[in-house]
Design a binder for this molecule. Structure first.
Ligand code: AMP
Ligand code: ZN
Length: 464
């Protein structure tokens, strides 16, 4: 069965055809590691993870790269302003490398907490300066670059298909003059190399044929993806914000350099927005990190479940209420799986139709909400052989990544101080001091447990 994927290049669902039979080269734009990634950023990586898992489920061999921007991502996407890494290093009184290593480590831990498969390779911008310089040299030789006072720029007017991905109205941009042009020849031109205006002032700078400086943000993705996946590869992903600038520039500089088509399928994930529908980004603050969610009692996999419930091309409105609903669903699945592991129902073993429906859903541009319906139908299919049911759910979970295989009854040892807190909470509730009771509950959560107030048998503690 074909996998249909929505390609931003054509604005259509297309059947996926790999360049090399059975193999997929895939590149996802990664984080700028100057701060923690919030759950909005992470939605982008849950999306690329689902895509990768669907390809794996269809028996493709996937080579997946994610880059780590540890230099040169300036404060605006148009590559103006100051370097985010340099600002963070100054603020934190650390070296830029220390800042990058710290936030990269946390990011990888978030991947594990959210059951996101690690890429085949992480590629760091600072470890590929040579490749970036080589690519700029190629562009220079072909006449696509020019020099200004602050750097080497790409002349977007020389690349005839510049606006094909974003379907931008470049003339409209020129007329509206919404973009600062400065010394640039066209509003959509962008920096390939920036000069250190005062040499020795920056922490991160390198020699180049054009003088001491650092690479522009966009060039790293072209240089690193082509180094490891070839000049023409299958799939490129990122957040929808990358369409008009970052990915448009990646295509322009890559195709100008090689004269070949860069990527066959461009896939973009929609944003996580706050409950008022506003875009949330690191610069405006406002969204939780995975660790913050954990601290207030939410297993990161509740968030993963929440992501699965909305198609990746639709905005997802985040609220703690919706996360509570995901938590209830997730815990229900867990209880059911644990029960199924104990039962021995000899019922029917025919799952062909369910498997077909599941495959159809995931291969229809990653329709996870539909695939979850099939999952729940199997969960609730009372006449099915228990073993078959478990095997089928575990098989579907190769795509969902909810950790079904690990859902087992575990002997939990509850620490004494947590038990004492539970007792204190019971006392507070008896005295109708609900404020105090809630405070104690938060303390219990901070220690990794939550309370389930069951109607029968009183409250019980569950690990988060
Ligand atoms: P950055 O570190 O700012 O370059 O962002 C890393 C990734 O997170 C990019 O692919 C962005 O498109 C994505 N991203 C940022 N904010 C959100 C959001 N609210 N929802 C979904 N993806 C986001
Ligand atoms: Zn990128």
């Amino acid at each position: 069965m074909d996998i249909q994927l929505y390609n931003t290049l054509t604005r259509k669902k297309e059947a996926f055809k790999p360049i090399k039979s059975g193999r997929v080269g895939m590149y996802s734009c990664g984080p700028t590691v100057y701060w923690y990634q919030h759950i909005g950023n992470l939605r982008s990586y849950v999306f690329s993870d689902i895509l990768k898992r669907v390809l794996l489920y269809n028996n493709f061999n996937v080579k997946h790269l994610i880059n780590v921007t540890d230099v040169g991502h300036l404060t605006s996407d148009a590559n103006e302003g100051e370097d985010k890494m340099e600002i963070a290093a100054r603020k934190e009184g650390k070296t830029a490398t220390e800042v990058a290593n710290y936030y990269f480590k946390i990011f990888k831990e978030d991947f594990d907490k959210l059951n996101i498969l690690q890429p085949t390779k992480w590629t760091k911008a600072t470890e590929h300066i040579k490749e970036q310089i080589e690519l700029i040299k190629k562009l220079e030789k072909k006449g696509f670059t020019y020099k200004t006072e602050d750097g080497i720029y790409f002349d977007s007017s020389k690349f005839k298909d510049y606006s094909k991905l974003a379907m931008l109205n470049v003339e409209g941009l020129e007329a509206g003059k919404r973009i600062a042009v400065g010394e640039k020849r066209n509003p959509t031109d962008f920096a390939l190399w920036k000069f250190s205006l005062q040499s020795g002032k920056r922490q991160q700078e390198w020699d180049s044929p054009w003088g001491v400086g650092f690479p522009g943000w966009h060039i790293e993705c072209s240089a690193m993806s082509m180094k490891y996946l070839g000049e023409h590869f299958d799939i490129h992903t990122g957040g929808e914000d990358h369409v008009p600038i970052h990915h448009t520039n990646e295509i322009a500089q890559s195709e100008a350099a090689t004269g070949k088509k860069f990527v066959n399928y461009w896939l973009h994930g929609a944003f996580l927005v706050d409950s008022e529908g506003k875009k949330v980004s690191k610069s405006t603050g406002g969204l939780y990190t995975v660790s913050e969610l954990k601290k207030i009692g939410y297993n990161p996999l509740y968030y993963r479940y929440l992501c699965l419930q909305t198609h990746y091309r639709k905005q997802l409105q985040f609220s703690l209420d919706s996360l509570d609903a995901s938590k209830n669903a997730y815990e229900k699945i867990k209880r059911k799986i644990i029960r199924l592991r104990k039962e021995k129902n000899p019922g029917n073993t025919d799952v062909i139709q369910y498997k077909k429906d599941f495959l159809e859903a995931i291969n229809d541009d990653l329709n996870m909400p539909r695939a979850l319906e099939v999952f729940w139908a199997v969960m609730e299919e009372a006449n099915m052989n228990t073993k078959t049911r478990l095997q089928t759910l575990e098989d579907f979970d190769r795509v969902f990544g909810l950790g079904i295989k690990d859902m087992k009854e575990k002997k939990i040892v509850i620490p004494k101080d947590v038990l004492e807190l539970l007792e204190a909470r019971q006392k507070a509730r008896k005295n109708k001091d609900f404020e105090e009771a809630d405070k104690i509950r938060d303390k219990i959560k901070a220690k990794g447990f939550d309370i389930e107030d069951l109607t029968e048998g009183g409250p019980s503690l569950v690990p988060i």
